[in-house]
Design a protein around this ligand. Structure first.
Ligand code: G
Ligand code: G
Ligand code: MN
Ligand code: NA
Length: 254
């Protein structure tokens, strides 16, 4: 069978699952939330990376079905994590271009919030600069609907798109996720130090939260904490985990 046919069947058979990567406070290292990351547990082939199947789901349209499932599953799971931790946590969910364009997307979010009982302000939707600028009028109306529900918007892979900074003025953005391309060579790269400092300063002046992605080393963590980055996500502070492992980590921190 083709990959496409296999995917349709896999959704039906429940072969997709979510892993959760901790997002921690840069200073205290306390877990503040998790990014939900999709995995395909394909029988006989092990875990298939989203880098392989998301582009395909995006082109064949299955991303809408898959994304709706992920939104609900992530909201339900984070409520369980909150009960385990005994304190508020947030969940970050990736939204693809095709999901963002889909007229039913806001209904999917409403259903996920209703089903889970999660407060809208605990849900952070990750979109890229390109998604916003592809159709700014549509983005404006959708983001208005989102902020009415107190949902939060994060710019994923910040700094890697081709857009100007104009969208930061136009749209209600809560968080910048600094792409790991700028983190990788910290703190030895003079250029990356300069770029990160400017991004962190920009975020601070605009009152935006920052998440540094792909943090793997203590030196990177130290640099980021010292320069005002609010949160850290990376293998140093936690890999993407299956729910039971994420729950164990929360219990250990409590
Ligand atoms: O976890 P991993 O590094 O393999 O993820 C690779 C990419 O797949 C990420 O950059 C992320 O944007 C994308 N991705 C992971 N999970 C989801 C999801 O649930 N929905 C969408 N649209 N993209 C996802
Ligand atoms: O595009 P997005 O930011 O959603 O991508 C998240 C991806 O980054 C996930 O697939 C996750 O597995 C990966 N990732 C998370 N932390 C690290 C890290 O410290 N190093 C590397 N190389 N990848 C990471
Ligand atoms: Mn992301
Ligand atoms: Na990213």
């Amino acid at each position: 069978v083709s990959m496409e046919a296999a995917m349709f069947q896999a959704v039906r058979d429940g072969e997709f699952l979510l892993h959760y990567q901790p997002i921690v406070d840069a200073r205290t290292r306390q877990i503040m939330g998790f990014e939900a990351l999709m995995r395909w547990n394909r029988p006989g082939q092990g875990m298939v990376s989203p880098a392989q199947f998301i582009p395909m789901a995006e082109s064949n349209g299955l991303i809408n079905l898959l994304g709706a499932w992920a939104m609900k599953a992530a909201c339900v799971q984070i409520k369980r994590f909150e009960e385990i931790a005994g304190r508020p946590l947030y969940v970050s969910v990736n939204v693809s271009p095709r999901q963002f364009r889909n007229d039913q997307f806001i209904d999917v979010v409403d259903e996920a919030l209703a089903l889970s009982g999660l407060d809208g302000e605990k849900l952070l939707l990750e979109i890229t600069e390109g998604i916003l600028m592809a159709d700014p009028e549509h983005a404006e109306s959708l983001l208005t609907a989102m902020t009415a529900r107190r949902l939060k918007i994060a710019i994923d892979d910040f700094g890697t798109g081709y857009s100007s900074l104009a969208y930061l003025k136009r749209f209600p953005i809560a968080t910048l996720k600094i792409d790991r391309a700028f983190i990788k060579d910290l703190p030895s790269s003079v250029k990356d130090v300069a770029i990160c400092n400017v991004m962190l300063s920009l975020a601070s002046h605009l009152n935006l939260n920052t998440v540094a992605e792909g943090v793997e080393k203590e030196e990177q963590m130290d640099f980021l904490a010292a320069h005002g980055c609010s949160m850290i996500q990376g293998f140093l502070t936690g890999r993407p985990l299956m729910p039971s492992d994420a729950a164990a980590l929360l219990k250990a921190q409590a």
